[in-house]
Ligand binder design. Structure first.
Ligand code: LP5
Ligand code: MN
Length: 247
């Protein structure tokens, strides 16, 4: 069995060229041996709209398209930074855009994939913000503005978000265990992979008298990152330019 790979939270931007290089090397390397690559959100630092033809966006689309063309199916899920990424850009990547959450089958077993931000239910200000910006009408109005105005507004939101995070306790920015159990109860037997919290680990939750595994993906920063690989032996964390010490 060729492995299936999962990664998220790359936060690609020109301000972190080492991570761009590491990700391109990953796409040209280990990802080529995989049957599928799932990118579970926040691939980009932010996404202002598919009409943003920044050279970085073009480079990443070309690299993903090359990967897909040589036989690795590529799937993209939205994160809280890049939820405006649309079907146009996915097409340029040769990728499929996934819902959040999405249920897949891995070696005949159900596996649920999510970005993870929706599970952070203790972070009430964030959930209010999320509810607002995920409304189609609101997104259409935002995308109707000129690109420069959108980027300026995103910079203001990023600053407000960073300031808000300073005032939040660490625990409220993690997933809520009850939210995890409630979600998994809707998908009998399924295990869960998500990102967003940047707390790579594997956890167990008791759901409907059975144990379910929850794998949390690492973020990528300054050329270091990691991914999860699934094959017949199970799931294994792999570090990029670092030990996957969180195994
Ligand atoms: O991203 P991260 O990990 O740093 O923090 C997230 C939560 N923050 C966000 C905001 C994103 O970082 C920025 C979104 C950029 C893409 C936007 C495109 C659409 C544009 C919309 C235009 C209006 O997701 C953060 C969580 C944290 O994860 C941990 O889970 O805590 O949530 C917040 O900090 C949200 C704040 O608590 C509340 C909202 C602050 C912004 C208010 C908007 C002010 C508008 C000013 C400009 C007019
Ligand atoms: Mn995120």
């Amino acid at each position: 069995m060729k492995p299936v790979l999962f990664a998220s939270d790359l936060h690609l931007s020109d301000s972190d060229p080492e991570t761009v290089t590491a990700f391109l090397a990953f796409l040209a390397g280990p990802a080529r041996q995989a049957s599928q690559l799932y990118l579970l959100g926040d691939v980009f630092e932010y996404w202002a709209g598919d009409d943003d033809d920044d050279p970085l966006n073009t480079r990443i689309a070309a690299a993903l398209h090359a990967l897909a063309s040589q036989g690795t199916a590529v799937s993209l899920m939205h994160g809280n930074r890049d939820f405006l990424l649309g079907h146009d850009y996915a097409r340029r990547c040769g990728a499929t855009l996934l819902d959040d959450p999405v249920l897949i089958e891995l070696a005949g077993r159900p596996l649920l994939l999510s970005h993870g931000d929706a599970l952070c239910t203790d972070d009430l200000p964030y959930q209010q913000f999320r509810q607002m910006v995920r409304q189609p009408a609101w997104q259409a109005a935002f995308l109707g503005q000129p690109l420069a105005a959108r980027k300026a507004e995103i910079a203001r939101i990023r600053a407000a978000s960073e300031a808000a995070k300073q005032a939040k306790a660490i625990e409220i920015m993690d997933v809520n265990a009850t939210a995890v159990v409630t979600l998994l109860a809707q998908y009998p037997g399924a295990h869960l992979i998500h990102g967003h919290t940047h707390r790579p680990a594997s956890h167990r939750h008791e759901v409907q008298h059975g144990l379910r595994q929850r794998w949390v993906l690492p973020d990528w920063y300054a050329g270091k990152g990691g991914y999860l690989a699934a094959d017949e032996r199970g799931l294994t964390f792999h570090g990029i330019n670092q030990d996957a010490a969180w195994r």
